[in-house]
Design a protein around this ligand. Structure first.
Ligand SMILES: [Zn+2]
Length: 412
């Protein structure tokens, strides 16, 4: 509740790093709190990253494990003047937020509320988001660090703590120093419902189609002028109507999604997001899109087209499958925290975890307990957050238990 009151909203239009300097206000506080716990090397760098190390207390050679969360909050709703409210022993009734009575957190919209009757629930007050994304993750890592520092009987290898800026604007790993971090495997604490674990993201490409028309004075255009805007519109109108779009897909289905149309009669540019869990299917979707565009152009003599596909990010499962113990140990930790069933989730988007995985730090995403993120209806249960802390504490112990005594690790 203290962390969310510090405004750390990032800015998608800013070119500085971090995108907003105010993010460092929280990062600085985290450094001083870590130091107060005895985590001596905790520090904030000029780019807004907090690095800290809890040294190993094990005789064994244990892989270095990193826990990571982001300090920034999403630009989707105000992050200024957040007033967190603690609803103790939640009754199960709809929650009307006091600063805007039109904002009602109801079981109709969030059936999960049924499951957390009797919990202590934190919400915002109606004018702002709460910022549990990702300050829930931060609080959980801080609490776990505090616990591990206080109870040396918890055996663990070297633990790295990483707090990043600018995740919400896609720059969370822009200035991250992997060498300095020096971790073998990682876990982002940035997932949702208690007991869930995300090991899969979309693979993503961007496609740009540039259509070149043929331009003349419109007064003398008969039989000569070819309007690029009309071709662009026709390409969009030729996309499949009932499939392959974000508005017609869910679960494991991918899509082709036009996000920007720009142009003049002479030249028209269209940008697309191409998404699929199966990386090979990106090429299939791109071929389909290219064929639609080429077929459209066939009807316009003199018009030409450029088609450019760019890699954006890849499904982190491709990396995680090469290191199955990372997800296996996480599942076991969640079970030890009391969840008989683990909700395996596939993220229909990207995360810092997918970037980190491809930067050399295999990194699934663990639950934090946050719900309705990026909105004024955001909420999180304190008891669920405690389960996330327990999961971290179990996880560091599992890595230690499974490590060999003689300087080798017994990786299945
Ligand atoms: Zn997040």
């Amino acid at each position: 509740m203290k962390y969310v009151q510090i405004d750390t909203q990032s800015d998608p239009l800013s070119t500085s790093q971090p995108t907003t300097i105010k993010q460092k206000n929280l990062s600085q506080l985290l450094v001083s709190e870590l130091k107060a716990m005895g985590v001596e090397d905790a520090h904030l760098d000029e780019w807004g990253y907090v690095y800290a190390t809890i040294p190993s207390n094990s005789e064994k050679q244990v892989p270095v494990i990193c826990f990571c969360s982001h300090v920034d909050t999403a630009p989707d709703a105000s992050g200024t003047g957040i007033k967190p409210l603690l609803h103790k022993n939640y009754s199960g009734e709809d929650i009307t937020l006091p600063d805007d009575e039109k904002i009602i957190i109801s079981k109709k919209d969030f059936p999960y509320l049924e499951k957390i009757q009797g919990h202590d629930i934190i919400t915002a007050s109606g004018n702002t988001l709460l910022g549990s994304d990702d300050k829930a993750g931060i609080a959980e890592i801080m609490d776990a660090a505090n616990y591990i520092m206080q109870y040396p009987e918890i055996k663990h290898g070297t633990i790295k703590i990483l707090f990043t800026p600018d995740e919400e604007v896609g720059k969370g790993t822009a200035k991250l120093d992997m060498q300095k971090l020096g971790a073998d495997f990682g876990y982002t604490m940035d997932g949702g419902e208690a007991g869930s674990l995300e090991d899969e993201t979309f693979s993503a490409d961007g496609v740009q189609i540039i259509v070149h028309g043929v331009i003349t004075h419109p007064g003398a255009g008969k039989g000569k002028l070819v309007n690029a805007l009309k071709i662009g519109a026709e390409i969009l109108a030729s996309l499949p109507a009932n499939k392959l779009s974000p508005e017609t897909t869910e679960g494991r289905e991918g899509f082709i999604h036009p996000v920007r149309l720009d142009g003049i009669a002479e030249k028209c540019t269209i940008e697309f997001l191409i998404r699929d869990f199966d990386t090979a299917q990106l090429a299939t979707k791109e071929t389909l899109l290219k064929t639609i565009a080429e077929n459209t152009l066939d009807n316009y003599t003199g018009a030409t087209m450029e088609f450019k596909a760019t890699e954006q990010y890849r499904n982190m499962k491709e990396i995680l499958d090469q290191h199955p113990q990372v997800v296996e140990y996480a599942k076991e930790a969640i079970q030890r925290a009391g969840f008989s069933e683990i909700k395996m989730e596939s993220i229909r988007g990207g995360t810092d975890g997918s970037k980190l995985s491809f930067m050399g730090l295999p990194c699934p995403n663990l639950f934090t307990g946050m719900h309705a993120i990026h909105s004024k209806k955001e909420f999180v249960s304190v008891q669920d957050m405690n389960k996330a802390v327990e999961t971290i504490v179990h996880l560091v112990q599992i890595w230690e238990e499974r490590s060999g005594a003689s300087g080798t690790t017994s990786i299945p």
